[in-house]
Design a protein around this ligand. Structure first.
Ligand SMILES: [Zn+2]
Length: 246
């Protein structure tokens, strides 16, 4: 964990590192701009506790141009993010970490797929990088009855519940308004979220509660561990294919 000393980390000698990734961006009229960072921080701690991994502090800034239109969003170029993550992960490899799990808690980081693919193609089997996207769990949480809605892309039932669980003093439920846009998600490449949703909400925050938030964190942490174990087992089982370890 990032609150341990270097000697404590040396003694424990984990081969897995976890990098939670958030974003700073608008989350409707009722949630703080730190929402994705706060979610990634809480989920990261829970996943690290279950796995004994070395947990890095959550990276607050990634890519979120789809939230342009109001003040309070911070982004970098996708190529900068790609290079920054490559540098961070290769610094971990130099120190003997064999596995890195990226815990992505913001949907709009589209450069993540080539980043993970390239790192594995270049560094397998010495380094394995798994991408865990917490937004993918929303569907499972809905099927399992933890969520009442499956309309969420942003600031809906799920994210509002999670912030109610970890930072209730920052949530303004009296300002929460449900809104499900008529256009599909890929339209965020044609115009900012405010074109699709005047309030910047994509989902149903009125269904949120702190109790649900706790359930979402608990189940998402289990699903994250399952998913990363599956990904690492798959990569570990590979044999060389002609010239390729990938
Ligand atoms: Zn979010």
């Amino acid at each position: 964990m990032y609150w341990n000393t270097a000697d404590e980390i040396m003694e424990k000698n984990p081969d897995l590192a976890i990098i939670p990734v958030g974003s700073i961006e608008q989350h409707g009229p009722h949630l703080p701009v730190m929402t994705d960072w706060a979610v990634a921080t809480e989920l990261g701690k829970r996943v690290a506790q279950k796995t004994g991994a070395f947990l890095l502090p959550t990276l607050p800034v990634s890519t979120c141009r789809e939230h342009m239109g109001k003040k309070g969003a911070v982004w970098m170029e996708p190529t900068t993010f790609y290079q920054m993550m490559t540098d961070i992960i290769l610094s971990l490899k130099t120190q003997g970490f064999k596995k890195v799990a990226i815990l992505q808690c913001h949907g709009g980081i589209f450069v993540m797929t080539p980043l993970v693919r390239d790192l594995n193609a270049k560094h397998n089997p010495d380094l394995m990088v798994a991408l865990i996207d917490s937004c993918v769990f929303f569907q499972t949480l809905y099927q399992e009855g933890i969520l009442e809605t499956n309309t969420e892309l942003h600031a809906g039932e799920t994210e509002t519940s999670m912030i109610l669980a970890v930072a209730p003093e920052t949530v303004h439920m009296d300002r929460a308004v449900d809104f499900v846009p008529k256009v599909p998600r890929p339209y965020l490449s044609y115009g900012s979220i405010f074109r699709a949703s005047p309030t910047g909400v994509w989902g149903e925050p009125s269904k949120a509660s702190a109790e649900k938030g706790e359930q979402i964190f608990a189940r998402s942490a289990e699903l994250a561990v399952e998913e990363m174990n599956k990904a690492f087992s798959y990569m570990e089982a590979k044999e060389k294919f002609n010239y390729s370890d990938f």
